[in-house]
Ligand binder design. Structure first.
Ligand SMILES: Nc1ncnc2c1ncn2[C@@H]1O[C@H](COP(=O)(O)OP(=O)(O)O)[C@@H](O)[C@H]1O
Ligand SMILES: O=C(O)C1=C[C@@H](OP(=O)(O)O)[C@@H](O)[C@H](O)C1
Ligand SMILES: [Mg+2]
Length: 181
């Protein structure tokens, strides 16, 4: 296993469709860590899918659940955590992510994000007449926040999920080796 001895938590941030959930799962496998996804955790706790939470409690209700969940998940040891794309909007989340682990920003262009998310109905913020325009606006708003918390920025436009997971492991190994010398 390539990244077996890498210590600590790895947190994935980025917009909807960046690949946090899929790359996070692969990264956890490669590094022998337990995988968590804050959205899946929220769904498991409430027993409903995210669009239903948005419908019943609004975005504010969802964000409140997200803060509580991220507070708990960032307190764990040796995990890979895929966050939801809007997690960085909250200062408490940003602080927890930056202080409790190594943060990887998966960057992609709004066009790529649109192509990867356009057939999926489970992202309430993209159920609009102009999802591409919404992704462009979210990119402009959030890209600085992702960069603020990130230890590593990875461009996801030209590589597959597996290639990206391996690339991240190599970057983590380099950082770890430098720290140990
Ligand atoms: N680098 C990539 N190249 C092509 N497709 C990708 C890539 N990363 C993710 N995908 C696909 O995009 C979709 C959204 O990925 P997901 O992991 O759910 O993103 P996120 O959790 O960041 O919203 C999935 O169908 C996934 O397989
Ligand atoms: O960007 C956002 O505000 C959101 C991203 C989603 O997660 P993904 O980034 O995994 O799609 C999910 O948390 C929710 O629909 C809100
Ligand atoms: Mg996800």
């Amino acid at each position: 296993m390539p990244g077996m001895n890498l210590p600590g938590n790895f947190f994935l941030v980025g917009l909807m469709g960046a690949g946090k959930t899929t790359i996070g799962r692969a990264l956890a496998r490669l590094t022998n860590k337990v995988f968590y996804d804050s959205d899946h955790e929220i769904e498991a706790r409430t027993g409903v899918r995210i669009p239903i939470i948005f419908e019943l409690e609004g975005e504010a209700g969802f964000r409140q659940r997200e803060v509580e969940t991220i507070r708990e998940l960032t307190a764990l040891q040796d995990v890979v955590l895929a966050t939801g794309g809007g997690a960085v909007l909250n200062p408490d989340n940003r602080h927890r992510l930056a202080s409790e682990g190594y943060v990887i920003y998966l960057r992609a262009s709004p066009e790529d994000l649109y192509q990867r998310t356009r057939l999926d109905k489970n992202r309430p913020l993209l159920q609009t007449a102009d999802p591409k325009g919404r992704l462009q606006a979210l990119y402009a708003e959030r890209d600085p926040l992702y960069r603020e918390v990130a230890n590593l920025v990875v461009d996801t436009s030209r590589q597959s999920v597996n290639q990206l997971a391996l690339h991240i492991v190599h970057e983590l190994q380099k950082k770890h080796a430098n720290r140990s010398c």
